[in-house]
Design a binder for this molecule. Structure first.
Ligand code: 5GP
Length: 120
């Protein structure tokens, strides 16, 4: 498994305001901000406020309100960025094989150009 939540991970520090971010939206459930190293014209990260490492934590920690609140922010941001018509892509990397680098659950939102097929 992924072990204990690390309070010093970079997204925990962003949530505490210790590291700046280019914020797009925030509410009681989640924060959305631009990725520091964009892989598409639009590359946004959406992170829950809860201390979740991966979706595995939905089963043990997340209340229904927290889980729903998080996904509503994902939808809100896609709409706010004007991606509703063109389409976009959501990706969540989990653990070692998923290539997860930051151990705080996050969804990548890619858009702004045709993205081609998944998985190299
Ligand atoms: P992962 O590989 O864990 O799914 O993706 C982590 C993402 O976080 C990467 O796309 C990386 O560019 C982004 N990232 C890492 N550190 C920072 C940071 O300090 N600020 C922002 N805005 N993004 C970051």
């Amino acid at each position: 498994g992924l072990g204990e939540y690390d309070d010093q991970n970079v997204f925990a520090r962003i949530l505490r305001g210790e590291i700046p971010c280019k914020k797009i939206y925030e509410d009681e459930w989640a924060l959305a901000f631009h990725d520091i190293s964009p892989q598409a014209p639009i590359h946004v990260l959406v992170i829950p406020k809860g201390k979740w490492i991966s979706v595995a934590d939905f089963s043990s920690h997340g209340s229904t309100d927290e889980v729903a609140g998080f996904w509503r922010v994902v939808a809100h941001v896609a709409k706010k960025l004007g991606l509703w018509e063109s389409g976009y892509r959501l990706v969540a990397n989990m653990g070692e094989h998923g290539g997860q680098e930051v151990p705080h659950f996050h969804v990548h939102l890619f858009g702004g150009r045709p993205l081609g097929r998944m998985l190299e």
